[in-house]
Design a protein around this ligand. Structure first.
Ligand code: NAD
Length: 248
């Protein structure tokens, strides 16, 4: 692909950048010219991201997030990709599962967006949360805690957009359907144990996608790059679905 350098000179922060969507986003923003600061809980894996300034960061640790952001005078782009999928109904969701879901998906967004806004207020910027269509957009079986926490992420995204539009900060959420990432394969293995075969588990996930296939991390990254750039300058406070037709 002939990529433009529409993000040249921009400072971009990407969380959960070691694998999957976050990693593809970090690579895409670098390809478009941004200086990328990529962090993840998995320091070894994120350190393999050539060209990015990488760091270990647990985004559920508010103190660690604050000190990580101390290094920046200015942040132009944030893509917050940290999230956790608990598979289960409300009855199958223990208080520990619920707290873990809230901590990883929602608390992390509070800490990371909260640390980013002061670094953008003087000059504007683009914040992108990775939401999901499994949220306030659509209910899915066995996604009680996940849907609830991603719904919270969409609410926070819209609130930040409303509060800081006058400062030139845009805040949008990219809401994927099922994307072929390492954690999807973990979920497929988990379901295969319950359904009896991996083929059946894959079919379960593919059947949810009218497009008949999973999305790719690169497809999600392309939408993030658009929102991060001036091409997306008039898009604000939106939950943008990229879901292979799930919500047609
Ligand atoms: N894969 C999908 O089908 C899909 C669909 C919709 C939304 N999403 C969302 O996209 C995002 C990325 O998912 P994915 O499937 O591409 O990636 P993944 O689940 O394969 O990888 C997630 C990464 O997050 C890191 N991480 C976990 N907890 C962390 C923490 N506390 N602090 C910092 N990093 C942490 C992990 O180390 C890992 O590198 C998530 O928010 C997920 O909910 C994924």
């Amino acid at each position: 692909m002939d990529l433009t350098k529409r993000l040249a000179g921009k400072t971009a922060v990407v969380t959960a950048a070691a694998q999957g969507i976050g990693r593809a986003v970090a690579e895409r923003l670098m390809a478009e010219g941004a200086n990328v600061y990529a962090s993840d809980l998995n320091g070894d894996l994120v350190s393999t991201l050539i060209g990015a300034k990488t760091a270990i960061l647990d985004a559920t640790d508010g103190t660690a997030v604050t000190s990580y952001f101390d290094q920046f005078d200015q942040v132009d782009i944030l893509v917050h990709a940290v999230g956790y999928v608990h598979q289960g109904t409300i009855e199958e969701c223990s208080p520990e599962d619920w707290r873990r879901s809230c901590s990883i998906t929602l608390d992390s967004a509070y800490y990371v967006l909260g640390a980013t806004v002061p670094k953008m207020k003087a000059h504007g910027g683009s914040i992108i949360t990775i939401g999901s269509v499994a949220s306030s957009i659509k209910g899915f079986p066995k996604r009680a805690a996940y849907g609830a926490t991603k719904g919270g992420v969409l609410g926070l995204t819209k609130a930040v957009a409303a509060d800081y539009i006058k400062e030139g900060i845009r805040c949008n959420s990219v809401c994927p359907g099922t994307v072929d990432s390492p954690s999807l394969h973990e979920r497929i293995e988990e379901l295969a144990d319950k359904m009896g075969s991996k083929d059946e588990a894959v079919k379960f996930f593919i059947d949810r996608q009218p497009a008949g296939r999973f999305g790719t991390p690169n497809e999600i990254a392309g939408l993030c790059a658009f929102l991060a750039s001036e091409d997306g300058a008039f898009v604000n406070g939106q939950a943008i679905k990229i879901d292979g037709g799930i919500t047609i």
